[in-house]
Design a protein around this ligand. Structure first.
Ligand code: 13P
Ligand code: ZN
Ligand code: NA
Length: 280
């Protein structure tokens, strides 16, 4: 069945490696991620945003994730990504998610802290782990990364101590989506945060981050790496190519199968990369 990723991430933090957390959107991408992790031999986190839950329906989503997890021997977690409403968090806890993210990054600091603390109390009473965000990770719509939204190390230490959150998403220069040009990550800031905060740290917006920067992040204390856009692109490109190159094809098993295979290959290469950066 699905597992709470808390201990897996703590172990990753202690031993200096990272777990991949992949955003899934349909049955093919769920299968692709879980099969890839089984073949590489690492635990994996499936994650879904509130919009994905709306698209699939929460029962379908949880049932699919459970079915995928039952077929493999590696641990599989199901995580709610970027939820800013308590209602959807409660719904996911009730439906079988094993961790949830409360994203209060757009709220005033004090409110983010208080709501995160409340979410942690609720989630922990059901054995569900919580990720929170401090600072603000930009989107690609923001043309440049603004340093004033980066995570402050002292504030992070205070936030974690008060909220008792299990993992912390930090802003060090990554953005959601693919980059226009090279991202410049604030490694000194990551190092300072990791010195003051001993829980696993989460890197959002990892699509488009070069390998060397990923290695450096893992070395400095990142234990969960979120990838969404690169998987969406791989799926869509494979599908588009399949449909365009065979306009007569009308068997969804053929073109969906090709798209699934492409996503699986990409996830395998990401997981091998996360493993490579250490000696596990
Ligand atoms: P990317 O779309 O840049 O991979 O970001 C993923 C993410 O942070 C999901 O929470
Ligand atoms: Zn994110
Ligand atoms: Na990105």
């Amino acid at each position: 069945g699905l597992v709470n990723p808390r201990e897996l991430l703590q172990d990753a933090r202690r031993r200096g490696y990272a777990l991949g957390a992949f955003n899934i959107h349909n049955v093919e991408t769920i299968q692709a991620v879980v099969e890839a992790a089984q073949e590489v031999g690492t635990p994996v986190i499936l994650q879904a945003t509130p919009n994905t839950i709306k698209h699939l329906g929460i029962d379908f989503l949880v049932t699919l994730a459970q079915a995928a997890a039952r077929k493999v021997s590696i641990p599989v977690a199901l995580h709610l990504d970027h939820a800013s409403e308590i209602d959807i968090i409660k719904e996911c806890i009730g439906a079988g998610f094993t961790s949830v993210m409360f994203d209060g990054s757009l709220l005033p600091g004090e409110l983010n802290l208080n709501l995160t603390r409340q979410v942690v109390e609720i989630a922990h009473s059901y054995g569900v782990a919580v990720e929170a965000e401090l600072g603000r990770i930009g989107g690609e719509e923001e043309m440049r990364v603004r340093e004033e939204s980066f995570t402050d190390p002292d504030e992070a230490a205070h936030f974690v101590a008060v909220t008792k959150v299990d993992f912390l998403a930090i802003a060090i220069g990554t953005v959601h989506g693919v980059y226009r040009g090279e991202p410049r990550l604030d490694f000194a800031r990551l190092k300072a945060i990791a010195q003051k905060v001993d829980i696993p740290l989460v890197l959002h917006g990892a699509s488009g981050v070069p390998e060397e920067a990923i290695f450096q992040c893992i070395r400095l204390g990142i234990s969960k790496i979120n990838i969404a856009t690169e998987l969406k692109l791989a799926f869509t490109q494979a599908l588009r190519e399949a449909l365009c190159s065979s306009p007569q094809e009308s068997d969804p098993r053929q073109y969906m199968g090709l798209a699934r295979q492409k996503v699986k290959e990409l996830v395998k290469s990401k997981l091998q990369l996360f493993k490579l950066s250490t000696n596990i």
